[in-house]
Design a protein around this ligand. Structure first.
Ligand code: GDP
Length: 434
């Protein structure tokens, strides 16, 4: 997906515009400058074109002075995005900070679309011309709050999307290591790639400098490791901030078939681990949990692994399908098992169940455990069919979807999982009234 970054001074209304474009108004817009926003990454669509949207204002840059922060935002946008929206506002007019960012963006090769926000009142439209002075071409007047002008802005944005090369033909399995800073992602990548002949390739059709790496496993299967930057080129200040690593992770997840969530055995589980894993789950990706730095745990006995496994199962209940592996990038313990695990998770995520077999399983499940009733009405389940893969998605036809309790749905999912090997992948059940 093309990436669109939103940059601009605090309080110009970046997150309002962000939410407007993303089409949902989930995050609460605070008027207080510097309030940490929840969403910095979202999927969006305009005229049938899908893209990912990042709000660089949500990546907090510690206690840097305002101008430094804004400069860093612009750098993130230049590094990450295919198209940049610079947001200014009509109330403050053209400010020094706007000029500074404009200058940095102007020097990059990235297309920049200039938005002038808070044009809620048509009388102010003539002031919009002042913004030509930023040298970024036509200013687009918008009102993030009212949604006015956003369509024209997006028309301009999608016009600058890079042509996407069609490389659907490669059957290579895309995977990525994701996790918070310092869990050992780069070390794992290097250790793993050290074992294989590697082809480093630029992603065709993107202007971003993401670098993917391909290799062939012993059994001939092709793998492409999706770069989570912060792995290859470290050193910029923002690359170690949590919000940045979260945003990078989200992007890598989107581009992957199988996501390897890396945890640090030495430090245990943190809140950010859950955020990252949660996103992988919600994106419907196959997931493997990789506990790294296993070498650092002293005096391991037969219970150490079980205890850690139980902790993970407890903290990541929604990931009950994800296999767990304990490794060390340092000693290379069990690293040779990773490609096989990725391959299995991928195959399971793409597995198609024959309808007749699926319905046999369903009928057995219904016979073994009667359907629930509510207000004297009983849930009736007629039949099921698989409609998609990655993740495997099943439509179950019933008399009334409201009668399907969560616990009964859980039961059906478990019955399906017991009959077919879907380890490593979430499965989705969709209830339909027939
Ligand atoms: P990243 O930020 O997730 O990419 O983490 P790095 O790969 O840069 O690793 C962070 C630190 O942990 C470095 O000092 C590594 O040498 C160290 N490290 C990584 N993997 C292991 C491991 O398996 N065992 C030990 N003892 N240290 C590790």
């Amino acid at each position: 997906n093309p990436i669109v970054a939103v940059v601009g001074r605090p309080n110009v209304g970046k997150s309002t515009l962000f939410n407007r474009i993303a089409g949902e108004r989930i995050s609460i817009v605070e008027d207080t400058p510097g309030v940490t926003r929840d969403r910095i990454y979202a999927h969006a669509e305009w005229l049938g074109k899908n893209f990912s949207l990042i709000d660089t204002g949500g990546i907090e840059m510690s206690d840097q002075p305002l101008l430094t922060q804004i400069r860093q935002q612009a750098e993130v946008a230049i590094d990450e995005a295919d198209v940049i929206i610079l947001v200014t506002d009509i109330e403050n007019g053209v400010t020094d900070a706007d000029e500074q960012v404009a200058r940095i963006l102007y020097r990059s090769d990235k297309p920049v679309i200039l938005a002038v926000n808070k044009v809620d009142n048509p009388e102010r439209r003539s002031d919009v011309y002042d913004f030509y002075s930023l040298g970024l071409g036509e200013p687009y007047p918008v009102s993030g709050v009212h949604g006015v002008g956003v369509g024209d802005l997006l028309d301009a944005v999608i016009n600058h999307f890079p042509e996407t090369a069609d490389n659907d033909d490669d059957k290579t399995i895309h995977f990525s290591f994701i996790g918070r800073p310092n869990v050992g992602k780069s070390s794992l990548v290097n250790a793993l790639l050290g074992e294989h002949r590697v082809i480093v390739s630029d992603v065709a059709g993107t202007t971003r400098d993401a670098i993917n790496t391909s290799f062939t496993a012993d059994d001939g299967r092709q793998f492409t490791m999706v770069d989570t930057a912060g792995i290859r080129k470290k050193g910029k200040i923002y690359e170690n901030t949590e919000r940045y690593s979260l945003m990078r992770s989200m992007r890598a997840i989107d581009d992957s078939d199988v996501v390897l969530v890396v945890l640090n055995a030495e430090e245990g589980l943190r809140e950010l681990d859950k955020h990252i894993a949660g996103y992988a789950h919600e994106a419907g990706k196959a997931v493997i949990i990789v506990v790294n730095k296993w070498d650092t745990i002293p005096n391991k006995d037969h219970r150490t692994m079980t205890d850690f496994t139980n902790l993970i199962r407890h903290e990541f209940q929604y990931l009950s399908y994800a296999p767990i592996i304990f490794v060390s990038a340092k000693t290379k313990q069990r690293l040779n098992q990773l490609p096989k695990m990725v391959e299995e998770a991928y195959d399971h995520a793409r597995f198609r169940v024959q309808s007749s077999v699926l319905n046999d399983v369903l009928m057995d499940a219904l016979a073994a455990n009667p359907t629930p009733t509510q207000n004297g009405r009983r849930l009736r389940v007629y039949y099921a069919t698989q409609v998609a893969v990655q993740p495997p998605t099943f439509v179950i036809f019933v008399n009334d979807p409201d009668l399907m309790h969560f616990s009964y749905e859980r039961y059906l999912e478990n019955q399906i999982r017991q009959s077919f090997d879907f380890s490593g992948t979430p499965i989705h059940l969709i209830k339909r009234k027939r």
